[in-house]
Design a protein around this ligand. Structure first.
Ligand SMILES: [Mg+2]
Length: 204
């Protein structure tokens, strides 16, 4: 008899976890509540295309507390994500999956970054080696989430909240593997350094 746990997971050998707001699209203190408020940051579509062409599986992990704040419905959030994925596809890129946390900080869930729950969700859906994955984000929470989950490379972008986050990370003594100007710069670093195949004694 076939048990659920025996169904083979899709194997992903090169994975990039991306935060959404402030990395792919312009962030807003009023939250992104509709597709009309969603604006791609310069170069982000090209970056997604290049990562896709180089064989990286791109997975979004994003805190969307606007859902449980009652500012956007799940179906409206899904609609934004469908539009976003269509635009990315039309540009030659592919976002293979999206994991979001709908909770507010008060709910103390295990999936709101900096907690690693969203990455754990991705690990239960796909076969991937977290030590070879990289995470790109613009907030301290993203880098701490990457660290908590054992993600191989942590990349901070200076777009969105990134400039502020860079200073806070220094105070917290947390060092990203790379601080990028934007997602385009981050993609170049990932492709050049290929964290999916690090050269070290642990990974011959
Ligand atoms: Mg962000």
């Amino acid at each position: 008899m076939i048990q659920n746990h025996e169904i083979a997971k899709q194997q992903l050998s090169k994975v990039v976890f991306l935060d959404r707001d402030g990395v792919i699209n312009r962030d807003s203190p009023d939250y992104i509540k509709s597709w009309s408020e969603f604006e791609f940051l310069p170069g982000s579509l090209d970056a997604l295309k290049r990562l896709t062409q180089k064989g990286y599986a791109i997975i979004l992990i994003t805190n969307q507390s606007a859902v449980n704040r009652g500012m956007i419905s799940r179906s409206d959030l899904n609609s934004i994500h469908e539009n976003m994925r269509s635009a990315v596809s039309a540009h030659g890129g592919k976002i293979i999956d999206i994991f979001f946390c709908p909770h507010t900080p008060d709910e103390r869930c295990s999936c709101r970054k900096p907690q690693p729950g969203l990455i754990h969700q991705a690990q239960s859906r796909y076969a991937l080696d977290i030590k070879k994955a990289c995470m790109v984000g613009d907030s301290v929470k993203d880098i701490e989430c990457a660290q908590a989950s054992g993600c191989g490379s942590k990349i901070l972008v200076r777009t969105g909240n990134g400039a502020e986050a860079e200073n806070i990370l220094i105070l917290k003594n947390i060092s990203p593997d790379y601080v990028a100007a934007d997602l385009d710069d981050a993609a170049n670093w990932i492709i050049t350094h290929d964290p999916a195949h690090p050269i070290s004694p642990d990974h011959p």
